[in-house]
Design a protein around this ligand. Sequence first.
Ligand SMILES: [Zn+2]
Length: 83
Amino acid sequence: MSEKIVEKRLSEIAGMITRRESWGWLSNGPKWHYFVDGRSLCGRWLGLGLGELEQGMDNSPDNCAECRRRVVKRKVDLEANQK
Ligand SMILES: [Zn+2]
């Protein structure tokens, strides 16, 4: 594969992730959870009526511990699938 094609694929993947998933904060709890397709990775929440959404804070102490564990695994899996 040429470098240009690799670059294009990587930006497509990044765009996909940004659109479909991110950290979200719900007004009824102190913790941030990671939502994918409207459902938190820890399985406790649905992302309806999300107050705020944010990317790139995977190591924040305010994150749900379960979501944090799963998001790390998820990113490793996503990367492995691209090889
Ligand atoms: Zn969670």
